[in-house]
Design a protein around this ligand. Structure first.
Ligand SMILES: NC(=O)c1ccc[n+]([C@@H]2O[C@H](COP(=O)([O-])OP(=O)(O)OC[C@H]3O[C@@H](n4cnc5c(N)ncnc54)[C@H](O)[C@@H]3O)[C@@H](O)[C@H]2O)c1
Length: 463
């Protein structure tokens, strides 16, 4: 019996994928085969999926911590304009739902139903008849079970990032969305940031020519947040860094890049390789701050390289341990132009061969491009979002506006279940690669082959 069959007979593909990735060891060929074998049949039917229009979207929010509160605030303008209503709020902690209810009173007369006090109260919210959309803003490991339960109750679901946390989660999400015909969106707010939309609009208008490479990241010093006793409820985020190693937060960098590269719309990820540096910064800080947790598996810097079927490459980085300014890199390289983020710079190639002097566009010319290619959605929503100071420089509001208005009008959502799963699946695959000396790991086809179709990029559609 070869190694693959031996492993399979022992545990089966789905159990294998549910094991901690750090225990995989170096059975490289067997692991690659197992990932392929775990693939299930999906039909791609949620590309372009439209549900019946909903005049006023009734929203139930699960998780009233940092993010739940921010997203609640994003609904104020939409609520005041009768596009949605908050029908229910849930959190483990009663004081958090009470606080959110008080906030909601500023713009909504109808009182939401409240659920709190125990781990499974959220199921009652998901079962409530008068809810159209579940907004899930809980710790990572709860996103998939809550989304699946919600869809099975006939609700559309919108989950914070990442929506799936294991490969099994990813397959289950797609199977459920295709079976129940409910929207399942991972609300990746960075896809709605002004800079990313400006770059995307230039790409769509052929300023970049053909793309060859992109780079993205989540480089954010989260030591203070993660080591605090109460910033993340029960220090849930730090606990991932104790147990796991890989890129846990792929989607802020990868979401916008995947739009740039038409992932799921004519191209897809083919395979990846991932490597983590040694860990120093978090443990040194933890010891200095007398944290009760001081040993971490997750390296300070994870770098994952992804190749697409059409031969483009992506470099994705993750580091939340190191003191440094925030960056998502946001680099994209084409045959006619290059963009680099943090700060945003643009290079337009003249087409002439030159030996020296390749320079970023001077400020004035850069600004001409910026205003010519500003995404129409940003032009339309900036005034509202600035008046309300709406979240992460406006992108959180643009995202919630698009979500609610697409549901109002019965339009396909900007980010479908396949995008959501594909961007999230890089996490478990990076963990497998890191645990196996950076071996090349195949990317499963979550779309049932539908990625080959040049499906439209919904985020470019005006509403
Ligand atoms: N997109 C962004 O910019 C962004 C920013 C911050 C956080 N997030 C994401 O939002 C999510 C939440 O992060 P956070 O910073 O708000 O964390 P948090 O700890 O402040 O909030 C999580 C909340 O979920 C509640 N909760 C836990 N288990 C529950 C259960 N069984 N039932 C009901 N409620 C439960 C907790 O009590 C807590 O209030 C994470 O997925 C995170 O990655 C995204």
């Amino acid at each position: 019996m070869n190694r693959k069959n031996f492993l399979k007979s022992l545990i089966g593909a789905s159990a294998f994928l549910s094991m901690p990735y750090s225990s995989y060891g170096n059975n490289n060929e067997a692991i690659r085969e197992m990932i392929k074998d775990s693939s299930r049949k999906t039909d791609g039917s949620m590309f372009g999926f439209k549900a019946s229009p909903i005049d006023k979207v009734r929203v139930g929010i699960i998780g009233m911590g940092n993010r739940g509160n921010t997203l609640l605030e994003m609904l104020q303008w939409l609520g005041e304009n009768n596009h949605c209503e908050v029908a229910a709020l849930c959190d483990l902690e009663t004081k958090k739902v009470d606080r959110a209810k008080e906030k909601l009173k500023q713009w909504q007369k109808v009182e939401p139903k409240l659920y709190s006090g125990s781990e499974n109260e959220w199921k009652k919210l998901a079962e409530q008849d008068d809810i159209d959309l579940l907004l899930i803003t809980t710790p990572w490991e709860l996103h998939t079970p809550m989304a699946i339960y919600g869809m099975n109750q006939g609700k559309h679901v919108a989950s914070e990032v990442p929506i799936g946390y294991t490969l099994t989660d990813c397959w289950n999400l797609i199977e459920t969305a295709e079976r129940t015909k409910r929207h399942c969106i991972m609300i990746e707010n960075c896809c709605y940031n002004e800079e990313e939309l400006f770059v995307l609009n230039m790409i769509e208008n052929n300023v970049f020519g053909d793309l060859t490479h992109a780079e993205g990241a989540y480089l954010h010093d989260l030591r203070a947040h993660m080591l605090s006793d109460d910033y993340y409820q029960g220090q849930w985020r730090l606990k991932h860094h104790i147990e796991r190693d890989g890129n846990f937060y792929t989607t802020h960098g990868l979401g916008p890049i995947s739009f740039y590269l038409n992932i799921g719309r004519g191209d897809t990820y083919s395979h990846l390789t991932s490597m983590s540096s040694r860990e120093l910064n978090l443990s040194q800080t933890a010891k200095k701050e007398n944290s009760k947790y001081t040993a971490f598996k997750c390296g300070d810097m994870n770098t994952t390289m992804i190749k697409t079927e059409l031969g483009k490459t992506i470099m994705l980085q993750f580091d939340v341990h190191t003191g440094r300014p925030y960056s998502r890199i946001n680099k994209v390289v084409g045959t006619k132009a290059v963009h680099d983020g943090y700060p945003s710079r643009l290079y337009i190639d003249s087409g002439e061969l030159v030996f020296w002097g390749h320079k970023w566009l001077p400020e004035e010319e850069y600004n001409t491009y910026k205003s010519k290619y500003r995404h129409p959605m940003i032009k339309k929503l900036k005034a509202i979002s600035e008046a309300f100071k709406q979240g992460h420089g406006g992108m959180d509001f643009v995202m919630m506006y698009r979500l609610i208005r697409c549901l109002n009008k019965g339009l396909p959502l900007d980010i479908n279940v396949y995008d959501s799963v594909m961007w999230s699946a890089i996490t478990p695959l990076s963990e497998i690669s890191v645990a196996s000396k950076s071996m090349s790991v195949p990317f499963p086809d979550f779309t049932g082959g539908a990625w080959k179709d040049k499906n439209p990029l919904e985020v470019m559609r005006e509403i």
